[in-house]
Design a protein around this ligand. Structure first.
Ligand code: GDP
Ligand code: MG
Length: 402
């Protein structure tokens, strides 16, 4: 089921909508993200198509005229894949495939594909495979009708139908098996987590590509894979960290993304146990990203979904070195700055600093303001630690200076 992507880049096009819910600016942001996803999966985006529609066309997602333009472009430019920004219904997928005659992928499928490429542990692979089969199950019938047509159709209906049923059964059996496998790994992992004792547990959470793994590496001196791609890390990494003699556990978790396929949230729920069982969440934000506010919202939404929104959360705005002011925005705090970025004092005067108590502004890459980060982390962890081990109160001073 899990296939490795070819190393050569495929020529792909992107197709998205501008709707009442999703204006032109939003639509562009989504397509930017889709382009990044496509690139991560091994695609080279050669063109983007958008259409203004109140709701997606139920048969073909976009309208007939637009589809014709897309088809012409595909034929003239040797495009191999069309990627749609929203999840297509099985019927839409089938109809579009028939018209465009190339591989049709939607956002969900693309994310699943990236997860499949990135899954290294057997646990992550099992979770991805489960999500892939669950995505496939309702689409099986469509796929068969499609094949039938290729094989000529007439006379194929009977056996075709039986084969759909057989296929469905095989897929359902496989899903049941994978669920069982995940359950048993879950049990093992729960035991492992139980064995870790009652050390305070801190989890790094945040949108994908914000710098969680980079931060994990500089704080714990570990070597978690970090890369300028989406979902570089799927598996949770846990490291014991000691700041000022105070030990605690720090975990780096899978990043979140908007429009995350429901199948993935479901099957990755146990990966997210690390988040659910953490005592403190460090929410890392890429402040240099145009849509960072949206990213914060979607992370909060997912935290809500996994019942982790009531934990103490500390906001950390990362990549201050890469922040570029918007020249057209009069509200932008950096508008008249000639230097590349703001000072920590200036960041502290922004609304971000007030979102959640004492938000931090750092650069994990350039190691800016990390002393402050360690100091705050120490104080937060200590607070929890001494409620658990009251006699240790005198062991660790309230304030930690390096
Ligand atoms: P994750 O998906 O949240 O784990 O993000 P990674 O740690 O893999 O980082 C994603 C990309 O952002 C990598 O290319 C990092 O080098 C880069 N990055 C991380 N922190 C910073 C930072 O403070 N400044 C800049 N400019 N880039 C960073
Ligand atoms: Mg990572």
């Amino acid at each position: 089921m899990i296939e490795k992507q070819k190393s050569i880049y495929e020529k792909v096009i992107l197709i998205g909508l501008i709707t009442k819910m999703q204006n032109q600016v939003k639509s562009k942001e989504y397509l930017d993200e889709l382009a990044f996803l496509a690139y991560t999966a091994g695609g080279n985006v050669v063109c983007r198509f958008t259409q203004k529609l109140d709701v997606p066309n139920p048969k073909t997602f976009i309208g007939t005229g637009k589809m014709k333009k897309v088809k012409d472009f595909i034929d003239q430019n040797d495009v191999s894949t069309a990627i749609f920004d929203d999840e297509l219904s099985p019927a839409q997928q089938k109809n579009i495939e028939k018209i465009l005659q190339v591989k049709i992928i939607d956002r969900t499928n693309l994310i699943l594909d990236i997860f499949a490429q990135r899954a290294t542990s057997s646990y992550a692979r099992t979770q991805v495979e489960l999500a892939q089969y669950e995505y496939l199950l309702p689409r099986l019938a469509g796929m068969w009708t499609h094949l039938e047509r290729q094989r000529g159709g007439i006379g194929m209906r009977g056996p075709g139908e039986t084969e759909i049923e057989t296929d469905r059964r095989i897929v359902r059996d496989r899903i049941a098996l994978l669920k069982k496998k995940i359950k048993s790994i879950d049990r093992q992992m729960r035991v492992q987590r139980g064995n870790r004792g009652s050390l305070v547990r801190v989890a790094l959470v945040g949108y994908t590509n914000v710098g969680k793994s980079t931060l994990m590496n500089v704080i714990s001196k570990s070597e978690v894979f970090a890369e300028n791609k989406l979902f570089a890390t799927l598996d949770t990494t846990v490291r014991k960290v000691v700041i000022g003699n105070l030990p605690f556990l720090l975990s780096d978790t899978v990043g979140f993304i908007r429009k995350l396929p429901t199948q993935l949230v479901e099957s990755f729920k146990s990966t997210l146990d690390e988040v659910r069982e953490a005592d403190l969440l460090v929410h890392v934000v890429d402040i240099a990203h145009d849509s960072f506010e949206d990213h914060v919202d979607s992370v909060n939404l997912i935290l809500d979904e996994i019942d982790s929104n009531d934990k103490p959360i500390h906001m950390v705005f990362n990549k201050i070195d890469a922040y570029e002011p918007e020249p057209w925005d009069p509200e932008d705090l950096a508008k008249e700055k000639t230097t590349k970025h703001n000072t920590i004092e200036e960041w502290k005067r922004t609304w971000m600093a007030r979102t959640n108590g004492d938000a931090l502004f750092i650069s994990a890459l350039e190691k800016e303001n990390l002393i402050q980060f360690r100091k705050v982390l120490y104080e937060k962890v200590r607070e929890i630690h001494v409620t658990r081990f009251p006699y240790n109160k005198f062991l660790y001073p309230e304030v930690f200076y390096e």
